[in-house]
Design a protein around this ligand. Sequence first.
Ligand code: GDP
Ligand code: MG
Length: 689
Amino acid sequence: MAKQHAIARIRNIGIAAHIDAGKTTVTERVLFYAHTIHRMGTVDDGNTTTDFLPEERERGITIQSAAVSVNWKDAQLNIIDTPGHVDFTAEVERCLRVLDGAVIVFCGHGGVEAQSETVWRQADRYNLARLVFVNKLDRIGAGFDRVVDEIRSRLRGRPLPLSFPNGEGESLKGIVDLVGMKELRFDQTGKTDTVEELALEGELLVEAEARRSAMIEQLADADDELAEAYLEGGGIEPETLKAAIRRATISGKVQPTFCGAALRNIGIQPLMDGIADYLPSPRDIRETRGFRPGTEEVEVRKNYPDQPFSGYIFKTLADAHGEISFMRVYSGTLKEGERVMNIRRERREKIGHLFLPFADDRRRVNEVSAGDIVAAVGLKFSSTGDTLADAEKPIAYELVSFPDPVVSQAIEPRTNADRARLDAVLERLSRSDPTFFTWYDEETGQQIMAGMGELHLEVRRHEIEESGLNVNVGPPRVSYREGLRGSGEADVTVDTPLGGKPQFARVRLRVERFPNDEPGHVVFASELDPELVPGEIAQTIEQVVRDAASGGVLRGDPVINLRATLLETALREEESTPAAFAMATSRAFTEACRAAELVLLEPIMSFEVVCPDEFMGGVLKDLQMRAADVDETAVRDDLRAIKGKVALSRMFEYASVLRSLTQGRGTASLEPAAYGEVSRQDYARLVGE
Ligand code: GDP
Ligand code: MG
């Protein structure tokens, strides 16, 4: 049952686009031409020869919503669903990390729009090899050359047109292939997948020759080997040309550009050929960088099956039968039933069933290897963002600690009847996204969701609404923390009867600021001889310190980066109960913290704003008003990138402010970086002292 395939045949790709450019239509047509929909249909009808349990059939469909894998000619195209909200960094990052290449779809009418700009820049940042598909050329007013020019001027891309449309708008007949020098016509009814090849003649031939020369010249600039062949003169063989296009695409020097109209079934097969011919396989990527577990030191794995196993879980979905973990295998091989190390949790995980997100009739496999995207079923505790690896050769593909949530928001269903469903959806979202949290706040009686930023919560709310729930949300709130400026001691004796019984306890405690890279860290230590403090009492003291720290002193926000040391206790036979020690510890903690001087901390975000030069002045001025620290401004072609740090509390609704400051052309990313002291005014306002 093992499905062995040469790694060089695999294309792990994403299809990305501005909303409405045609991503869904293009993807559907790709599945159709790879004969996937047809086969899926027969699976659904239940008349396949291989018998699937109903459960497996259902699972196949869930798996397909995250990734599909189709065979096209010699290649296996793994198409991974990319998040629709492109400016949500953590999730996009996770997704881009598992891709080797991408197809960016542009609308032939609308051209380069703000969101396609964001997609393009993110792909730039990850050095992702890409193809361009200019879609909707059947629309009146659409223009292939205009969109190509916009990609050049606005995105600073290097589109390399490999075809051009024959006819425009309603009279679009087909496309001209500049590598094969043929005109291609398609069955526009979509009933068959016939591609008719016609010889070029007349004006069309003249235009094709001119465009081909321009294409070869551009390519010769990007590829030395081709430049030599070109200078030698004579004709260039299609195979030589294709090899050069492939090299230049993988090294990011060009983006082969295709054209068509997905809705009218024009131009899809050449695009699929392009994916197979020009986008890299995992082998072309060669190696993947991660970290040595527990450190930020770089560790590298070669993307070969004979290396130690490593893989990265980039998505988790749940269906009626449990959770499905989507994993990219970076090195080695993995078999059903094997035990591998979950690096973040430092526990061994047993691998259950493995499925290739396969639209073929054999989806279950018993072995996968480097380059594969696989759906694993039945993992016990692994979740999104986790790395699984050979215990002898550990590696982590994402830094192990996830940041604390920095913003929270109350959420409630519009109708009470939906309460249980909302709870279930929130629960599912928090399991599939390690940076999204939900809990019930006893004090206010509200369900809370918390995450990495305003946009993060907005995206999740959209998802909740898309699942058919109507909800109300409260205003987003910054998650504050308390910290200590120095160190402080307290010595508290409790000697009062409680419920008629004498109670006695004495606790001397020191608390101090304890710088640690991991925010939230609370360290407890004792200087006492363990023999002298009964176990039950020692446990009570530590537990009360931890609870008091998470309950806060100033306003109820958790105290972070703190070390508490138990210095001294005194007991009296009979009278020293855990309750007495709890009371003494709790008072000592509060007093010691006050002596150490408490500060209120707020999340500080690192930001990056990218915008065209002309808007830079306005954007900077606005950032100054928000008291941002600008660390760096860099030039990226005619764009400016501004990086720095800013308090999250100053950045609510920034996305819409930036939009209006830059006519929609600026993009921003915000990520939690650290906690910093709030300003004096904010302290007075929030703490009321
Ligand atoms: P997505 O939002 O990027 O997934 O875009 P869709 O595939 O959902 O397409 C958006 C709209 O554009 C739909 O109404 C499609 O029918 C239409 N559309 C997609 N491709 C074409 C095309 O080639 N020509 C025309 N005229 N319309 C198209
Ligand atoms: Mg769509």
